[in-house]
Each structure stands twice: as structure tokens, then as C-alpha cells.
Design a protein around this ligand. Structure first.
Ligand code: XMP
Length: 510
């Protein structure tokens, strides 16, 4: 049995981040809600350690989450974080205090005493605090091992039982030595070896879904984006032909994208994949529409109807699979795993369909972990490392009415810009694409006057796409892209580069 750590969730914001930090140390971490696992079950699971997460409550609130204090005597090392530390102190008989003027929020100087948890941590450093309540006195058997100017017990330990509590958040990057502390807990206190790899996650998921989905027909909406592709590859490994992927090609994809997706999944993996060529249908619905929100609405609606019609043809489907990843779960609020989200990368799936259950195999993973899983599952790099592409596709990159002619022009211009950026950028922007504006302007070719479209190039650097900087890509790249676009695509006579950050602009033009 591989070593693993239990992240016992008391309603904190950072439960997944904690699990991820543990996984970064090559130890598997699983999250359980505090109501979702009994003491006996914990005993039976052979955990190497337990981490109590933070949470918004005060331990004295009637409704605040609590756990059987016997957990402290299981002989399993425990690290309590924030509310988790207060709860540990409370369970062990310490006193928790609530005082508004003692609350701390943000970067805070902390002094620590030497010990196992703080090996390699200097006496003074910066930690991330976010609390109103604090531990006033450490329980019997515990000693205080850290303090801040407002918090007399910023950390405590009972080394005899391997119990540790920290008032601050070691899992967030703002805590300078947070990684060291977690490392000390995982290896020093829990005695883990750190042998877990992404392969283990894949193996674990494959065997789980193989038994849970035995004899069930599963449907997955494939967008060609990273998340749904990795989910498809994982489930295919588990259940093979019981999985059917439906790929709705709305005709608003990038150059050769539809063929690439089909070649990968049908050709390379041999999956049951249905490609619905719905370009003509979508273009008909979009004819004459210029208002961005209306375009999005039409595409979203048609996407669902097309998907539904295909699903119906397949007969009884028991399970809907989705490529939801952890950041999607956060955006939709906790516990949203059974809701079908409208922002999902396949464009929002039907809500009224009759499934027994929804399966989201990647719901615990962050984007880079999903990519790692994709590589391990044998997906091509082009697919695994592709930049984000919006559900409504090129429709939100063509200003004004959408026509087949404009789509083809944009596809060519976009392919050239991406090719030149891939070739010449010193640092890759996080997203880079072309936009076809609705503006025409005068140009000259040979001795003749031209009158053609203006194409805008857009490239942004960003961590989270909530804010973004326009990317300082080399002039030479812009020059080559501009020259190739105007030479190779007759109807485009002018190329401009978008130098607006987000905010005030958005990444997409519509
Ligand atoms: P904006 O334009 O909102 O884009 O600054 C931020 C990021 O989200 C992507 N985007 C979408 N993705 N469906 C999607 O799946 C959409 O409707 C959609 N709109 C924008 C955009 O490409 C960028 O990465």
C-alpha cells in the first residue's frame, strides 16, 4: 500500500492547495470532508499523516465543525492549520480567544523556536495569516513554538503524540518557509518516503472507474481542449468501448483543429468518437448576428441541442463524464461537483438529460497536474500544452457578422501568427491569436489600390486570465507575421498589434 496523507476538510478555502502541496512532495494526498470519514475508517486506511484544514468558523460556534477528539490519540501525526490548529487545541483542552483587535490578515512576521517542524526555518520570517480567533493557551502536553506580535501561540507542538498546529498558512506562497515546514511534517514527522507519481494517480483512477463504471455506458463531450481530452484518455483506459466521446465541430475552430482532434482520438487511440460536423447549421443560426452576447447565446444553445441530438441516437447512457478540473470547482463554489457548469470548456452541457451520475475524474487536479497526466496517458504535446481556446471559438474573434469567408481568412491569419510566435518568441505568451476586425482600410499592392480587412494580433502574459498584460513579443516576430499575413492572404491589407492589458480590455475581443 502506498503512503498517503489525509486532508481533513473543515470548510477551508485551501484544502485543494494543501493536497497539491503534499503531492508536490510525491506523497499522495486525499481530501475528505470531516463529515465524510469516521474514526474507524481513518484507522483502517493506514494514513501516514493527517492535516486539518482551516475553516471560516469559530470553535465555540454551535454549528462549527468538530471531530471526535480520539483522533488525536490514533498514533497518526497531525498538522492543524489555522482553524484546524484551533480545533486541535480545543479538543486537547486549550483555550481559544476571539478578539477583533487581535485579528491578523496577510503577511505577518513570525518568530519560531527550533524543532522538528521548523528545521531549516530561520528564527524570524514572513508567514500568511488570516484569522480572528487565536489559541490563547496551549493545551496540556503542548508547547508553544512560534509567536507573532499579536498572536501568543502562532504554532504549538506535542511531539510525544506527533501533533502540530500552526495558526498561519504554510501552504500559500506568501509564507516564506511554508514549503520547508510541510516538507518537515511530511518527511520528518510522518516519515514518508515520497514515492508517489502521477502514474499512481492514473492507476488509482483507472482501477476505480473500471469497477465503478462496470457495464455502464458513458458519454463525454470532447472539446479538443486539454481537460476534456485528458478525461477522455483516462476513462478510455478504464472502460474502453463503453466510453463514447461526442465532438461537436461547430465550424468555429482553428485551422485543422477538428481533423487533429479526430485523428488523435479516433486514429491514435481508436476511441468511440463521434464528430458532428455542424458548421453549416451553426453558420445558418449565426447569419446576420453582430451582437457579441447574442452570438455566445446562440452558440451555447445550439451546442447543447446538437449534443443532445447525438446523445439520443446512442440509446441509454448511464453516466455523463466531464473534464472539470479543480479551478472550475472553485469558481462554481464548493461541492459543485454534480452541477453542470455553463463555463465548462465544452460550452455548457444539457441540464435536463437523464443520467444516473456525473463523473469528473480530474476534479482534484490543477491545470499543470492535468497536463502531466495527459503526457503520461500518451496524448500528443500539441494537445497537452495548447493554449486556452474559448468555447464559442472564432465567433468571438470576428467582429461583426460571421461568414464562412471571414472564418477562413481568420483561420489562415491565426495559423501564421501562431507559427511565427512559436518560432520566434523568447518567452511564450500564455495566449496568442488573431482577430478579424470589421474594419476595412485602403492599401497598395504593386501599383494598384487595395481595400481589405484589418487583422489584429493579440498576445497576453497572465497567471490566471483574470488579469493580463499585453505581451512584449519581439518586433521581428510581429514583422514576420504581418508581412506573411498581408502577402499570403489577399483580403487582409493591414495588421495591428493590440497593446491593451486586462483590465480595461478583456483577452478576447468579444
Ligand atoms: P476574457 O476575454 O474574459 O478571457 O478576458 C479570459 C480567458 O477565458 C477564455 N474565454 C472563454 N473560455 N468559454 C470558454 O471556455 C468562453 O465563453 C470564453 N470566453 C473567454 C479566453 O480565451 C481567455 O483564455
Amino acid at each position: 500500500m502506498n503512503e498517503k496523507i489525509l486532508v481533513l476538510d473543515f470548510g477551508g478555502q485551501y484544502d485543494q492547495l494543501i493536497a497539491r502541496r503534499v503531492r508536490e512532495h510525491h506523497v499522495y494526498a486525499e481530501i475528505k470532508d470531516y463529515t465524510g470519514i469516521s474514526l474507524d475508517e481513518i484507522r483502517g486506511e493506514n494514513y501516514s499523516g493527517i492535516i486539518f484544514t482551516g475553516g471560516p468558523n469559530s470553535v465555540y460556534d454551535e454549528t462549527s465543525p468538530h471531530y471526535d477528539p480520539a483522533i488525536l490519540d490514533l498514533g497518526i501525526p497531525i498538522l492543524g492549520i489555522c482553524y484546524g490548529a484551533q480545533l486541535m487545541a480545543y479538543m486537547a483542552g486549550g483555550t481559544i480567544c476571539s478578539a477583533e483587535d487581535s485579528s491578523e490578515y496577510g503577511k505577518t512576521r513570525v518568530s519560531v523556536r527550533p524543532g522538528q517542524l521548523f528545521a531549516g526555518v530561520p528564527d524570524e520570517s514572513i508567514c500568511w495569516m488570516s484569522h480572528t480567533d487565536y489559541i490563547q493557551s496551549a493545551p496540556d502536553g503542548f508547547t508553544i513554538i512560534a509567536e507573532t506580535s499579536k498572536c501568543p501561540c502562532a504554532a504549538m507542538q506535542d511531539p510525544r503524540r506527533n501533533l502540530y498546529g500552526v495558526q498561519f498558512h504554510p501552504e500559500v506562497a506568501h509564507t516564506e518557509y511554508g514549503t520547508t515546514m510541510l516538507h518537515n511534517f511530511i518527511f520528518g514527522v510522518c516519515g514518508c518516503k515520497g514515492e508517489w507519481k502521477m502514474d499512481d494517480f492514473i492507476e488509482r483512477s483507472v482501477s476505480r472507474y473500471r469497477s465503478e463504471l462496470k457495464g455502464k455506458k458513458v458519454l463525454l463531450g470532447l472539446s479538443g481542449g486539454v481537460d476534456s481530452s485528458v478525461a477522455a484518455a483516462l476513462l478510455y483506459k478504464a472502460i474502453g468501448d463503453d466510453l463514447t466521446c461526442v465532438f461537436v465541430d461547430h465550424g468555429l475552430l482553428r485551422k485543422d483543429e477538428g481533423d487533429f482532434v479526430e485523428k488523435t482520438f479516433k486514429g491514435r487511440f481508436g476511441m468511440n468518437m463521434i464528430r458532428v460536423n455542424a458548421e453549416a447549421h451553426f453558420l445558418e443560426k449565426l447569419a446576420g448576428v453582430t451582437e457579441p452576447e447574442q452570438k455566445r447565446k446562440i452558440i451555447g444553445e445550439e451546442f447543447i441541442r446538437t449534443f443532445e441530438a447525438e446523445a439520443k441516437k446512442l440509446g441509454k447512457i448511464h453516466v455523463l463524464a466531464q473534464g472539470t478540473i479543480y479551478p472550475d470547482v472553485v469558481e462554481s463554489g464548493k461541492g459543485g461537483s454534480a452541477t453542470i457548469k455553463s463555463h465548462h470548456n465544452v460550452g455548457g452541457l444539457p441540464e435536463r438529460m437523464d443520467f444516473e451520475r456525473i463523473v469528473e475524474p480530474l476534479a482534484d487536479l490543477f491545470k499543470d497536474e492535468v497536463r502531466e497526466a495527459g503526457v503520461k496517458l500518451g496524448l500528443p504535446d500539441e494537445l497537452v500544452y495548447r493554449q486556452p481556446f474559448p468555447g464559442p471559438g472564432l465567433a468571438v474573434r470576428i467582429i461583426g457578422e460571421i461568414t464562412k469567408e471571414k472564418l477562413d481568412l481568420l483561420r489562415d491569419a491565426d495559423a501564421i501568427f501562431r507559427e511565427e510566435t512559436d518560432r520566434g518568441a523568447v518567452r511564450m505568451p500564455n495566449q496568442y491569436f488573431a482577430v478579424l476586425t470589421d474594419m476595412r482600410s485602403v492599401g497598395v499592392k504593386g501599383d494598384a489600390r487595395t481595400y481589405g480587412y484589418t487583422c489584429a494580433l493579440r498576445a497576453v502574459d497572465t497567471d490566471d486570465f483574470m488579469t493580463a498584460q499585453w505581451s512584449r513579443i519581439p518586433y521581428e516576430v510581429l514583422e514576420r507575421a504581418s508581412s506573411r499575413i498581408t502577402n499570403e492572404i489577399g483580403q487582409i491589407t493591414r495588421v495591428v498589434y493590440d497593446i491593451t492589458s486586462k483590465p480595461p480590455a478583456t483577452v478576447e475581443w468579444e
